[in-house]
Design a protein around this ligand. Structure first.
Ligand code: UD1
Length: 375
């Protein structure tokens, strides 16, 4: 599609990309790079401001080479309704002045849903990247965001076969579904070598393959002090075998002291890590313990054993094909499963289909074709 002989006639697709919270940034980075490398697209980036601490936002833009947002809506924290409503109102004004050909959203955070509603109400089509994932648990805010976004988005880009099966079961027209792979793995593969050159382990006093990496931030785990205390009990026993390092999300930080009744945790608490440092930690940990969605996928791509401290996953391929094991929040189950791995053989996994670093390219190809870009 070089089109060099007809310079005047080329149609550029105006794509407005939305990102708001930490897990969005590694997904939007390769997409923007792909759009900006083609003369068939013109991109515009909106940061909703859902995450605003440098360690949750700005550092990711810097490390992943994401262009500065064209606009930051600065919505900040709040209740679900407040956060969603602020994005809706502020983004509507941007959409009315920019009039993009489409709005592209990623993942399942409140900003994803809010941007989708703002766009479709103005008759601007939406592309949802990472569509179709379902945990089956409607008490998770992300599950509601995923369900509502997928009902109205025009392009549903899926990361795994289960995504397509879920969408078809919900009555979605197959023509809207495109299995393209995983943009977050595009970013992981593009940055792994850089991460391996960092002094992350030395800085934190860790030895390759001899530490456990922990993340915890789901409301269901950290907003209930009793559940959090039970989790910490199991985790401290694991720490006695293999030391745990725990980068703490701001949501969790505020709840830790209540759950522990004032005593200190046995293991090392550190600040939220920048993307490359965290990638290094995931790659070199003996095991990862997490309740994150994205970390389940990243550990599968890296081949690091992962234990998910939740009762359900929206990413079942990480369990059936990858290195992930679901252990919930029950102390005995966690200890049984984790100790068995520390004593014996880790779960071997395969990297899922199309998690090959080319998902963004496939997405741009579909949009280019469907919107007649360059013609
Ligand atoms: C959000 C997403 C979740 C995602 C997570 C990753 C929703 C519903 N949830 O959850 O899916 O896995 O991001 O981080 O969108 N805070 C700060 N600084 C920040 C951001 C937040 O201090 O930069 C604190 C605030 O006290 C805030 C709390 O963290 O109230 C929670 O932030 P919020 O964006 O509401 O949800 P997350 O728990 O981060």
């Amino acid at each position: 599609m070089s089109g060099a002989s007809q310079p005047a006639a080329k149609k550029r697709v105006r794509v407005l990309c939305v990102a708001g919270a930490r897990p969005n940034f590694m997904k939007i980075a390769p997409l923007l790079r792909e759009f900006n490398s083609r003369d068939t697209f013109e991109s515009f980036l909106v940061h909703t401001g859902q995450h605003y601490d440098a360690r949750m936002s700005e550092n990711f833009f810097r490390d992943l080479g994401i262009p500065a947002p064209d606009i930051n809506l600065g919505v900040g924290s709040g209740t679900h309704a407040e956060q969603t409503a602020h994005v809706l109102m502020k983004l509507e004004a941007v959409l009315l002045s920019e009039r993009p050909d489409l709005v592209l959203v990623v993942g399942d955070v409140n900003s994803t849903l809010a941007a989708t509603i703002a766009a479709v109400k103005l008759d601007i089509p939406v592309a949802h990247v990472e569509a179709g994932l379902r945990s089956g648990d409607r008490t998770m805010p992300e599950e509601l965001n995923r369900l509502m976004t997928d009902v109205v988005a025009s392009w549903l880009f899926t990361t795994e076969a289960d995504g397509e099966a879920n969408l078809l079961r919900e009555g979605i027209d197959p023509a809207r579904i495109h299995f393209v792979g995983n943009v977050m793995i595009d970013t992981l593969l593009a940055n792994l070598e850089r991460a391996k050159k960092l002094d992350t382990l030395e800085r934190l006093g860790l030895t390759e393959g001899k530490f456990c990496l922990l993340t915890l931030h789901r409301p269901s785990n950290v907003d209930d002090p009793a559940r959090l205390a039970e989790l910490f009990g199991a985790l401290e026993e694991i720490h006695d075998r293999v030391p745990i390092v725990f980068p703490v999300h701001p949501r969790t930080a505020t709840n830790i002291s209540e759950a522990l009744g004032g005593r200190d945790l046995k293991f090392q608490i550190i600040e939220p890590q920048d993307y490359l440092d965290f990638l290094r930690l995931m790659a070199d940990a003996k095991i990862v313990l997490t309740d994150s969605g994205g970390v389940q996928e990243e550990t599968t791509a890296l081949g690091t054993p992962c234990f998910t401290l939740r009762d359900s996953t929206e990413r079942p391929i990480t369990v059936t094909h990858g290195t992930n094991t679901m252990v919930g929040a029950d102390r005995e189950v966690i200890l049984r499963e984790v100790m068995a791995t520390l004593d014996g053989k880790p779960k071997a996994g395969n990297v899922p289909d199309l998690w090959d670093g080319k998902a963004s390219e496939r997405i741009a190809n579909v949009l280019e074709r469907d919107l007649g870009a360059g013609s």
